[in-house]
Design a protein around this ligand. Structure first.
Ligand code: NDP
Length: 234
C-alpha cells in the first residue's frame, strides 16, 4: 500500500535517507526544505518549522499533492553548542523552538487527519544525547529528552485511533551536523560505542520505515536507539 509520507528536514542528512527509504518502498513522499532546491525526484515543500504558518501551509501543500499525511517523520533539528555558562539564552530557546516546538507544530498539523482516518504513524527523531548527556549540548539534550515525554503521552492519547508515536534515537551519524567534530572528539565517541564507529544516515532509515509499517502495529511510545550501542540505559 502506498502511503502519504512527510519527512521534515528531508532535503539532506538523515532526513533525506529516510525519505529515500520510503520512496524505494513505493510510498508517496514529501520533504520539507528551507532554501535551495528540493532533492531530485521528491516532492519538496518549503517550510521553516519555527514558523507555525509555514508548517500549516506545508501540510496543506502536501495534502493537495499526495493526500493527507499518514506517516509523519519529524526529523528537522538543529544545534547551537556551547558550555551552559557561556550559552546565550537565545541559543537555548532557538534549539528548543526548532527541535521540540518544531516537532510539536508538525505533529499538530498531522494528527487531525490521522484521527479522522483512524490510522497514522508518527516517528520523532530524538538523540541518545537526550539521556546520556554531554558537555556543550544542554539545549540540545533538553530538546531531545522532551520529545520522549511528548511521544509517550501522545501515544496514550492517540492509541485508540490506531495512531502510533515512537522516537528513534540516533547516536553519532555522519552528516553535516557533526562534520565539525575534531578527530579527537570523534575518536572518543567511537571508543564509547560498542561497534566502535559512527553510523550513516542509511543505517537509520530502515528502522524508521519499519516503525511506519504494518509490522510495527503494536509498537508505540517506544524509544529506539540506533547508535551502535552508545548511550544505552534509559
Ligand atoms: P543535518 O544538519 O544534516 O540536517 C538537519 C535538517 O534539519 C536539514 O534538513 C535542515 O534543513 C533541517 N532544519 C533545521 N532547522 C530547521 C528549521 N527551522 N525548519 C525546517 N528545517 C530545519 O543534520 P542530521 O541529518 O544529522 O539531523 C537530522 C536529525 O537527526 C536532527 O533532528 C538531529 O538532531 C538528529 N540527530 C542527528 C545525529 C547525528 O549524529 N547526525 C545524532 C542524533 C540525532 P536546511 O537544509 O534547510 O537547513
Amino acid at each position: 500500500m502506498s502511503r502519504s509520507v512527510l519527512v521534515t528536514g528531508g532535503n539532506r542528512g538523515i532526513g533525506l535517507a529516510i525519505a529515500r527509504a520510503f520512496e524505494e518502498a513505493g510510498d508517496k513522499v514529501a520533504v520539507t526544505y528551507r532554501s535551495g532546491e528540493p532533492p531530485e525526484g521528491l516532492f519538496g515543500v518549503r517550510c521553516d518549522v519555527t514558523d507555525t504558518a509555514s508548517v500549516e501551509a506545508a501540510f496543506e501543500e502536501v495534502k493537495a499533492q499526495q493526500g493527507a499525511v499518514q506517516v509523519l517523520v519529524a526529523n528537522a533539528g538543529t544545534t547551537r553548542d556551547n558550555l551552559f555558562l557561556a550559552m546565550p539564552e537565545k541559543d537555548f530557546a532557538d534549539v528548543i523552538d526548532t527541535n521540540l516546538m518544531g516537532t510539536v507544530r508538525a505533529v499538530r498539523c498531522a494528527v487531525t487527519d490521522m484521527v479522522k482516518a483512524r490510522w497514522g504513524r508518527i516517528i520523532l527523531v530524538g538523540s541518545t544525547t537526550a539521556f546520556w548527556g554531554s558537555p556543550g549540548v544542554t539545549n540540545y539534550s533538553a530538546s531531545k529528552a522532551a520529545l520522549a515525554g511528548f511521544a509517550r503521552s501522545l501515544a496514550w492519547e492517540l492509541g485508540s485511533r490506531k495512531i502510533t508515536v515512537n522516537v528513534v534515537m540516533p547516536g553519532l551519524i555522519e552528516t553535516d551536523m557533526v562534520a565539525g567534530l575534531s578527530d579527537q572528539h570523534r575518536s572518543y565517541l567511537h571508543s564509547i560505542t560498542a561497534l566502535r564507529r559512527s553510523g550513516t544516515p542509511e543505517e537509520v532509515a530502515p528502522a524508521v520505515r519499519f516503525l511506519a509499517g504494518d509490522e510495527a502495529s503494536f509498537i508505540t511510545g517506544a524509544l529506539l536507539p540506533i547508535s551502535g550501542g552508545s548511550g544505552l540505559g534509559y
